[in-house]
Design a protein around this ligand. Structure first.
Ligand SMILES: NCc1[nH]cc(CCC(=O)O)c1CC(=O)O
Length: 323
């Protein structure tokens, strides 16, 4: 008997289709099986206004997860940074593939770099995390910029710059890479200036936990695409976010990376930041330890840093909690 094609549930957006398409190709390679994309349309895809009302990007994740639980699709691909830190027990992150460039970037008019933006420049971002860190940098380095809240997909956001409405917009390098628009970046922001969102640049491949033999076989097969270092890093970053009791729209940046001595990986460093969106107050800390070899160790690393950040007043800088 020939096996049926694996069904990959995906949103219809350009970014979702691009990353699902790339993962589908990798899954065909490791499993030797056919993979078909099944488009899941949500209310949030149809109406932009509806999106804010029905609770932000979490609705997309929920729609894909519902399709998984109903057995309509076999697996789904999410941007890890959009995934809530709570994991439904019927589902499992079967793989976290190698992370792409985690940095934020700007797309500015006239090929401008961030630090060359003129006085009064208007820089668009809907992210409290990006606002907080850009404004903090501007304050301490004598830059005079105004962060302007914007919404919309990548095309819409870059459109504000081409239309002359904004001097620059901030986006994630990984998203632009995946949709083939990385050439439009005018400046890659150092992570010393702007720490990315927890999980930024990484994907999560989610499927049903192995309650049936078929599901268990799929969990194992998708596991081939897992990168243990990326998984340890994003587990620590997301644990930090969870321990701060912050959601994906909170002004929290986090990045775990490996410190190497030549070719030998020595330790993992985890950096975290929380700040008010006006950039007046930030708590930024870092910790370094052995590369966590288990999920529990990676989780502990994030929790420990969060405890230190909370002791320095991080909770007071986060404003309203996102749930
Ligand atoms: N919040 C939207 C979002 N979710 C995932 C990405 C792409 C980057 C990634 O996968 O980490 C983006 C776009 C952006 O922030 O520019």
């Amino acid at each position: 008997m020939t096996e049926k094609a694996l069904r990959l549930g995906t949103r219809r957006s350009k970014l979702a289709m691009a990353q699902s398409g790339q993962v589908a190709q990798a899954v065909r390679q490791v499993t030797g099986r056919a993979v078909e994309l099944v488009e899941i349309t949500t209310y949030g895809d149809v109406s932009r206004e509806a999106l804010a009302q029905i609770g932000g990007t979490g609705v997309f994740v929920t729609a894909l997860r519902d399709a998984l639980l109903r057995g309509e699709v076999d697996f789904a691909v999410h941007s890890l940074k959009d995934l809530p830190t709570t994991q439904p027990e019927e589902l499992v992150l079967a793989a976290v593939p190698v992370r792409e460039d985690p940095r934020d970037v700007i797309v500015a008019r006239d090929a401008l770099k961030f630090t060359d933006l003129p006085r009064g420049a208007r820089i668009g971002t809907g992210s409290p995390r990006r606002m907080a860190q850009l404004n903090a940098y501007a304050r301490t380095h004598g830059l005079d910029i105004e962060t302007v809240p914007i919404r919309g997909n990548v095309d819409t956001r870059i459109g504000y710059v081409h239309a002359g409405e904004l001097d620059a917009v901030v986006l994630a390098a990984a998203g632009l890479n995946r949709i083939g628009r990385i050439d439009e970046v005018t400046d890659f922001l150092s992570v010393d200036t702007v720490l990315p969102a927890p999980g930024q640049g990484a994907l999560a491949i989610e499927c049903r936990a192995g309650n049936t033999a078929r599901d268990a076989a799929l969990v194992a097969a998708l596991g081939e695409l897992d990168d243990p270092f990326t998984r340890a890093a994003v587990t620590a970053e997301r644990s930090l976010l969870a321990a701060l009791e912050a959601g994906c729209s909170a002004p929290v940046g986090a990045l775990a990376d490996l410190l190497a001595d030549g070719q030998t990986v020595k330790e993992m460093r985890l950096r975290g930041v929380v700040g008010t969106t006006d950039g007046t107050r930030t708590v930024q800390l870092s910790t370094t330890g052995p590369v966590p070899q288990t999920h529990d160790r990676a989780t502990a690393l994030g929790r420990e840093l969060a405890t230190e950040m909370l002791a320095q007043g991080a909770a007071g800088l986060m404003g309203e909690r996102a749930h």
